[in-house]
Design a protein around this ligand. Structure first.
Ligand code: SF4
Length: 332
């Protein structure tokens, strides 16, 4: 049994009848990046040896780890059942770190531009498997500044584990909720659950296009969770949380960059406090879409800005590692 993915409360229960302060010591060592019990010098040697016979700290093993010149690191983890997932640590130009976590092995939603979607769905991750990714990315660092649920899978389709993980990150790891973002392809029930949370967790909606017919083709979830339903859920979230919502727009050359897409987006954003994050599509082997040209990206962004929208552009950090948005999806 591995300990690092647990909440402190659960850790105390698992280690019982050891006193609470022992669980706190072990938790602090996990935070400091310990990979086994041997270096936990404030715990008596005999106790460390006994703990090592009963428990391990990690269930997953690092299968692959690669970094690039932008400071992005992509890690492939092998889980206990042999399933493989990927997580990414991004470092921005100011040195701030962001852990991008996966919530599922594969994804059932099949968005046509996404590598994970092309893998199909294998299973949901347990909350401990989600937290283990965070702990592994955290190891060797003072802290992690931001956490985003934008890795493999649709987090709201694994809501029990998602909300348990959010609770552990906020309560035990003291990550500010405002530094955590859950991204969704558009699961209205999940947005409603997030709205009902006490924490002010940030929300990103992967819109891609506000043209419903085109979106149904690119993101089949639109058929069961149509855009008017999502808009209602987003308005409800903002009534409760006052947080600006990120609308993520994966731009695909000659697909969702038409004037009609711009108009539909402006109208969808009306009444919401949003920032539009433009993400030029990152090439994925086997998917016959194309990256937009720079002038296509520029004109698209400019049209939105002229309409008064806040726009940011994300330029493929990690794309050389296939660690950028939509490129995660390890195959065994
Ligand atoms: S974009 Fe997100 S929701 Fe869509 S298939 Fe990929 S991982 Fe799943």
């Amino acid at each position: 049994m591995a300990l690092c993915g647990y909440s402190l409360k659960r850790l105390c229960a698992v280690l019982s009848p050891l006193p609470l302060f022992r669980a706190v010591q072990i938790f602090e060592w996990i935070k400091k990046g310990a990979h086994d019990f041997s270096g936990m010098t404030d715990i008596p040697l005999g106790m460390r040896q006994e703990l090592a016979t009963r428990f391990s700290l990690f269930d997953s093993t690092v299968q692959t780890q690669r970094s690039d010149s932008t400071g992005t690191t992509k890690i492939g983890f092998k889980l206990r059942d042999g399933a493989i997932i990927e997580s990414v640590l991004l470092i921005d130009q100011k040195g701030r770190s962001t852990a991008c976590l996966s919530s599922q092995v594969g994804c059932p939603l099949g968005c046509t531009f996404c590598k994970t979607g092309s893998m199909g769905f294998v299973r949901n991750l347990k909350s401990a498997e989600i937290i283990e990714q965070f702990v592994q990315l955290h190891a060797g660092r003072e802290s992690i500044d931001n956490v985003v649920f934008m890795g493999m899978g649709e987090a709201f389709l694994n809501s029990d584990a998602l909300f348990e993980s959010l609770d552990i990150l906020c309560t035990d790891w003291h990550i500010s909720p405002r530094r955590i973002t859950v991204s969704t392809a558009g699961v209205a029930a999940g947005i409603a659950m997030l709205s009902a949370q006490k924490y002010d967790i940030r929300l990103a909606f992967s819109l891609t296009t506000a043209d419903s017919q085109l979106r149904e083709r690119l993101m089949p979830i639109t058929k069961t969770n149509p855009l008017p339903l999502i808009k209602e859920a987003l308005c409800n979230y903002q009534t409760h949380h006052k947080q600006r919502i990120t609308l993520e727009l994966v731009l695909l050359k000659n697909v969702n960059t038409r004037p009609d897409d711009i108009q539909a987006l402006i109208s969808f954003a009306h009444g919401l406090n949003v920032v539009v994050n433009i993400i030029p599509w990152n090439t994925v082997e086997g998917i016959s879409l194309q990256k937009p040209t720079n002038s296509e990206i520029h004109s698209f962004a400019q049209a939105l800005e002229h309409a008064g929208l806040n726009v940011t552009r994300r330029f493929g950090r990690g794309s050389s590692l296939s660690a950028a948005c939509g490129q995660l999806g390890y195959r065994q």
